[in-house]
Design a protein around this ligand. Structure first.
Ligand code: IPE
Ligand code: IPE
Ligand code: MG
Length: 241
């Protein structure tokens, strides 16, 4: 979905490169994650300013548990403190927060923080922010299928779409990955079907308004065909959904 102004309705970001940003400065990896949080704050504000309706960010993957224990606990701590600190600012900016991912592996403290932040921002309407935390695309597909089975529903594309953890928003139009890597790393595997991909060499803490604008400008130049021909797209033919 794209507005007539060419602004993507839904942008999703793999916020990668915090560790390398810190290593380049001889700092601990956690300092990179802290700086990454600043970058996220700036990005949220920029998306609000540009009229983006949905921003989905990858903050912690199902596979990130495999990192050293001190980095994992540092990331959990960072999330817990950020939640407490950020909610009033998100309120001010009209941001509605959703946490997307498996919650059962998280501590009671973090889980309570997530629920509180969601409840406090539920009536905001300027930007929907989905924070994917303890999330994996494969987890999402498996949990959606399990839900349908438990409800005795058929496993169809439509039913699966509706049972996914991101069923409250349309699929992303633009997926950005920072940090120079060109892979999805288990992010939005189902929802990425027709997203435009943009890879930035900037490390996440360096990702700023100018780079966001570069990604959005590139997006506005792409022709999205959804399986049709260029001529059909030019003629404005309706695709068969
Ligand atoms: C992304 O930055 C943040 C998380 C995965 C939590 P990284 O920590 O992966 O940074 P690099 O890729 O090692 O530089
Ligand atoms: C993807 O980054 C996960 C997040 C940004 C949260 P990783 O740094 O974990 O991905 P890989 O391991 O390089 O594929
Ligand atoms: Mg990485």
């Amino acid at each position: 979905m794209t507005s007539s102004s060419g602004i993507p309705h839904h942008i999703a970001i793999v916020m990668d490169g915090n560790g390398r940003w810190a290593a380049k400065r001889f700092m601990p990896r956690l300092a990179g994650h802290r700086q990454g949080m600043e970058s996220l704050r700036r990005c949220i504000r920029a998306c609000v300013d540009r009229g983006v309706a949905v921003l989905t960010v990858f903050a912690f993957s199902s596979e990130n548990w495999n990192r050293p224990a001190d980095e994992v606990s540092g990331l959990m701590e960072l999330l817990a403190t950020a939640l407490a600190k950020e909610v009033p600012k998100l309120q001010q900016d009209g941001v509605q927060v959703h946490f997307v991912g498996e919650r059962s592996g998280l501590s009671d403290k973090v889980r309570a923080g997530l629920a509180q932040a969601e409840a406090a921002t539920a009536s905001n309407g300027r930007l929907i922010l989905n924070v994917c935390f303890n999330y994996g695309g494969r987890w999402d597909m498996a949990q959606a299928a399990a839900k349908l089975v438990a409800q005795g529903k058929p496993i169809t594309e439509g039913e699966l779409q509706g049972a996914m953890a991101l069923a409250h928003v349309p699929d992303p139009d633009l997926i950005i990955r920072t940090g120079g890597e060109q892979r999805l790393s288990n992010f939005l595997l189902w929802q990425a079907a027709y997203a435009e991909l943009f890879f930035s060499d900037k490390l996440w803490p360096e990702f700023d308004e100018a780079e966001l604008d570069r990604a959005m400008a590139e997006f506005s130049r792409r022709e999205r065909r959804f399986g049709q021909t260029s001529a059909q797209v030019a003629a404005g033919d309706q695709k068969v959904a």
